[in-house]
Design a protein around this ligand. Structure first.
Ligand code: SF4
Length: 93
């Protein structure tokens, strides 16, 4: 289970999150995932996040989380396994 899925499963606060059931887009990047596949997945996640009423709270949560607790995609930003933002040329902020 990704960190995001675990968080959303444990807190009613996250009811209404647009990513429920769509975890495959939000999982942390596997080191074997090609750049173009990752960029496409981030773009799909960003489209989902753009519709989410919790985006601001999600971004704040990820920004304040311990780096290793935010691996994956949060509020449209992809973080590596160390919690560092991953930039791609195709990402949209
Ligand atoms: S902003 Fe994106 S990652 Fe965060 S709860 Fe909403 S859909 Fe999920």
């Amino acid at each position: 289970m990704s960190p995001l899925a675990a968080l959303l499963a444990d807190h009613d606060l996250w009811d209404g999150a647009a990513c429920h059931g769509l975890w495959r887009f939000f999982d942390p990047r596997d080191e074997r995932e090609p750049d173009d596949v990752h960029a496409a997945r981030v773009k799909a996640a960003q489209a989902i996040c753009a519709t989410c009423p919790l985006k601001a709270a999600c971004h704040e949560y990820a920004s304040n989380a311990r780096p290793k607790d935010r691996a994956g995609i949060w509020a449209g930003i992809s973080y590596d396994i160390q919690g560092r933002p991953i930039r791609t040329n195709k990402e949209i902020e």
